[in-house]
Design a protein around this ligand. Sequence first.
Ligand code: ADP
Length: 663
Amino acid sequence: MKPTFTQLFRQRFNNLVRLDRMGVPDAKIKDALRKTQMEGLPFIYGSFAIMFFVYAAIQQYLLTEIGQPVMVAVAVGSGIFLFVGFFILMQGYVPAHHAERGTAVVASVILFTILLRFYYNPVPNQSANVALFLFGAGVMFTSVHWYVVMQALCWAVWGVIVWQNPQYDDWLYFAVMLFVATFTGLVAHGVRLHALRRAEIFRFVEQRQRKELVQRTVQQQTSYAVGQRITSILELDSLLDQIATLIWQRYDAYYVGVFLPSRNRLAITAVAEAGEGVPDSGLQLRAGLKGLVGWVLANGRPLCIDDITRDFRYKVDEKAPNAQSEILLPLKMADNVLGVLDLQSDRLAAFSPSEIPNFQLLADQVAIALENAQLYAEIKRFNQQLEQKVDERTQALQEAYGRLERLDKTKTDFITIASHELRTPLTIVNFNAQMLLEDEGIMANGFYKKWSEGIGRGAARMEEVVQSMLDVAKIDSSSLDLYLAPVDLPFLLRQIAKRFAEALDERNIVLNLDNLPKLPEVEGDVEALQKVFYQILVNAIKYTPDGGEVRLDGRFHPPTKPDQKADGGEVEIIITDSGIGIAPELHELIFEKFYQTGEVMLHSSGKTSFKGGGAGLGLAIARGIVVAHNGRIWVESDGHDEDLCFGSQFHVVLPVKQALQEL
Ligand code: ADP
């Protein structure tokens, strides 16, 4: 709907009269206007001084009026007076708040001249000058108040002159003219003032925006720089130092400090500081719990203080020497206040509350950095503790290992000595047993024969054990001598099998050799390899209940390119039994010397009888020999159970060719 004329008028009028100050205080606008007025004032003085000199000349040479000499003198005097004023104003000695008075002075001088001339020639048309003044003075003042005073003065004197010279009819006509001049002058004055005020407001707003823009840019740059450091520096001290320096440089603060509380929160110290305000002593500022820093830490809220000395929480200890104003921001993570970011200035009111959100953003970043660095420090500490523990444990392990090694050496030494020492008496026992067995008289006696055979068997068994001990000692001291020759493993296995024929028969165990294929010969020591398979077969028979089965399998593994060690390929022999099996956790242990499962003392003495006795050396010797041949040996079994009999499967892998240097 189109607005009516009245609405339109009201709207226009409101626009003209009302002024949106946009948050700029009235005092500030007035100040600015006075300043502008003061800036123009010397030129008003100067130009009117010239005008008065010109007027004096006109009076002197062109006009012939009553009071001419006085008028000339007054004009020259006014000119000189204004010129002196011009000079003083130009020096800038007069403060801006005298601008209105200074204007009033020049206006009064002009008015005086007009009225003086009027006084000497009180004819109505002289009123034109008064009218001109009424209108013109409007642009000289920036306050309505002073302008109205000047107008009133003007009217008053004009009134007196009219009253004293009532003989003219034209007075009325000129009164109307003066009235029009007053009114239009006032309107012009108002409109001008309004425009000036508006211009000043815009100037302030623009200044404010520019400042905000600069601040925001600085804030963003600082945030960015802080962010970069947060991701790149994890050491707490150096990080906080860098952040403090950065904020100080960017914001041109007098002092920047990052205050952190002690563990018990009873003391607060500046852990990072930057700026001119940092005490020369190098001592960090300490904040009191009741001071400004303590207040922010306790309340988790920011503070912006124009004059710190006037604040009831002011504490000299926590301030840089010349600090005057301050902004303090809590370093917060969720509800937890970790510390305080403190910016101090040596100027009063250097920070404004409107800057708090920007600074708080920065403080939040610092808080993140702080938490990151604290976490990092914790992880580091934890790592160090862990490393120390690992070191301690490693050392303990090394010591234990050393002890074990020494023990093992003692054991090997003992085996070596014992086996050597046992050998001589054993040979004697053996020899004597043979003598007994060969003696016909003794053989004829049933009792003697039985005992002599017993002695012979025992001595032979003992010799085997001593031999095993010697073998182990050799393996341990790496002095096993191997005499390499091509060995046909299936043939060797068949030979060994023959030695068990009687035992197998006795125990009703089937030894299945049917799956043994023809295999390439391997380079090896026949005697040693014989021991390996003999031992495995003895065990297979020993740990298989009567009526069970032992099976031998063999396969050839052709060479694979990357395996340089076995460039002739490998032969694998698998000995499977249907015996009591071996628990998985013992699969490695059984290859250790003297390791036996079950109760040693319960073993029966027969070599191939079910769970018969043994010294626990068989598999250790077997592994020693296989390894000396650059081979591998291992066992597979689902577990140990004497009723279910899961069985065991021993694998022996030997290279076809031996690498010479490794023997
Ligand atoms: P031992 O002289 O006791 O047989 P070995 O070194 O030959 O010593 O064997 C170590 C242990 O491994 C044996 O005591 C036995 O418990 C276990 N063992 C070896 N072979 C077999 C097998 N075929 N079945 C079940 N257990 C076995």
